[in-house]
Design a protein around this ligand. Structure first.
Ligand SMILES: Cc1cc2nc3c(=O)[nH]c(=O)nc-3n(C[C@H](O)[C@H](O)[C@H](O)COP(=O)(O)OP(=O)(O)OC[C@H]3O[C@@H](n4cnc5c(N)ncnc54)[C@H](O)[C@@H]3O)c2cc1C
Length: 455
């Protein structure tokens, strides 16, 4: 019998297995896909010019110590997010304006003041400790900012934050959930920043998935069972049996479950999870968080003085960033097609999705002729992925964050739950997945290595 069976080989599952193995325990990871990395997936470009990051891409060296330690350990080459140039704001399909990247968009003076007030409010809230109150958890983010006096255009900006941060509309998440997310992730401004103070500072030249592959080497490929979707988890009290769809059976003393909580309902648990755990996890949702990556032969937007960044109220692209890696002659714009616009876009056939994206890029970048001549295009819809069902990470139903805080993520019998959603640091990010995997495995190690009571 194994000491630990880990379900899922995303960052949290891999880190949990590595931590348990390094503590001397025997481990097996059972993973549904035929690859490791979960929502980190770096796909080689046909042109040979590096990789397209279909999932997570950005990291920070000083704020995210776990992920950065792997960059050093595996000697990975990184690239700094380019900040120079003009950014673009698209207010409607046919209205756009340019502004220096990193500044408040040029709205009217009253709107600018209002935006800065709302931004400063969230920054101040995000620096407070603890869980926000149940009262704040029982209102939507949209209701909350309207009660703060947000002007219509600024309430739409808050909606844009919710779309680009969580793949949801501001009417679909609670104000407390939004604030708690900012509290766990350094601060509101750290989440939004593209420089050394924030989450979008650095990227990988050869793909973020290199970290997953590096951890998998440490865990040992022979201990990782790919293409084995788990169906059933039976907790016998003395040990756990894990059964896959292709009828592989694993026996272990403990099980570490690293699949996002929204998907627990797809598993057969015996005995069933406690009703409070089912209520909170069945209530979580995964956002529409999609990427369309458009690769070009040359970075034409840079020569026109653009940063590559644009944000849009009209969609379907809600936000776009330059994701070039000059060292590889890789020039790309990564478009986030998120929230409600992403939900609608994801239902279109591939050619219509691409046409809609290129048409919007053309409007944003002054009808630059090169827009319509990409050399490669990727679009990745995480809601369509059977083993992810959306991204970034599960978001609680309104009121559930505070109502179920005493059970959410807590072990049940011999089952430990990990995943970026449970992290106290950089929840929703790679760093949070590593944090949670490490903490979860440490708890399992402590339980298994505790001297048993002698009667
Ligand atoms: C488009 C996008 C952009 C992002 N951008 C960033 C970014 O810039 N920076 C950043 O830090 N983070 C980013 N993230 C978030 C980051 O990818 C995640 O926070 C992190 O990878 C989550 O890791 P995890 O281990 O918690 O979950 P997952 O990666 O979801 O791992 C869960 C694993 O469980 C497996 N699984 C599912 N069902 C089963 C089953 N039945 N049996 C066995 N295995 C199963 C899955 O295949 C998967 O491997 C982004 C994500 C997306 C999708």
């Amino acid at each position: 019998m194994l000491d630990v069976i880990v379900i899922g080989a995303g960052f949290s599952g891999l880190e949990a297995a590595k931590t348990a193995k390094q503590a001397g325990l025997s481990v097996a990871i059972v993973e549904a896909r035929d690859r490791v990395g979960g929502k980190i997936w770096s796909v080689p470009l046909a042109s040979g010019r590096g990789f397209a990051e279909l999932g997570g891409a950005w990291i920070n060296d000083s704020l995210q110590p776990r992920v950065w330690a792997y960059v050093k350990q595996f000697d990975l080459k990184i690239v700094k997010q380019r900040l120079e140039g003009m950014a673009i704001m698209q207010e409607s399909e046919n209205e756009r304006f340019e502004f220096p990247f990193g500044r408040t968009p040029e709205f009217t003076p009253a709107e600018k003041k209002n935006l800065e007030f709302i931004r400063d409010h969230f920054q101040a809230e995000s620096l407070k400790p603890g869980l926000p109150s149940a009262e704040v958890d029982n209102v939507t983010l949209d209701e909350y900012v309207c009660s703060l006096g947000a002007l219509p255009k600024i309430a739409r900006m808050v909606n844009l934050w919710s779309q680009v941060m969580h793949g949801l509309e501001s009417t679909e998440e609670s104000a407390a959930w939004f604030i708690d997310y900012c509290r766990r992730n350094e601060s509101f401004l750290a989440i939004r920043a593209d420089d050394s103070t924030g989450g979008q500072y650095l990227r990988f030249q050869d793909g973020a998935q290199s970290i997953a592959q590096g951890i998998a080497e440490i865990v040992g490929k022979e201990n990782i069972h790919l293409a084995s979707p788990v169906d059933a988890i039976i907790d016998h009290g003395t040990h756990v049996t894990v059964i896959t769809r292709n009828k592989k059976v694993f026996q272990g003393k403990r099980c570490i479950m690293s699949v996002p909580s929204t998907m627990y309902k797809e598993f057969s648990f015996t005995p069933p999870l406690p009703s409070a755990v089912r209520e909170v996890t069945n209530g979580t949702v995964l956002g529409d968080y999609n990427k369309a990556i458009v690769c070009y032969d040359k970075p034409w937007w840079r020569s026109e003085g653009f940063n590559g960044y644009f944000a849009s109220y009209s969609g379907p692209i809600t936000l776009c960033r330059d994701t070039s890696v000059v060292e590889k002659s890789h020039y790309s714009l990564t478009c986030f097609v998120n929230g409600l616009p992403g939900r609608k876009w994801s239902k279109l056939p591939t050619h219509e999705r691409r046409a809609a994206g290129l048409k919007q890029l053309a409007k944003a970048f002054n009808n630059h002729p090169d827009v319509f001549h990409p050399i490669e295009v990727f679009d990745q819809i995480w809601q369509h992925e059977e083993f992810s069902r959306g991204a970034l990470a599960p978001v609680h139903a309104i009121g559930h964050l505070t109502k179920y805080s005493s059970v959410y993520g807590k072990p049940v019998g011999n089952i430990q739950f990990v995943g970026t959603e449970y992290s106290s640091e950089w929840k929703g990010y790679m760093e949070g997945a590593l944090w949670s995997g490490e903490q979860g495995a440490k708890q399992v190690v402590e339980m298994l290595q505790k001297p048993s009571a002698k009667i």
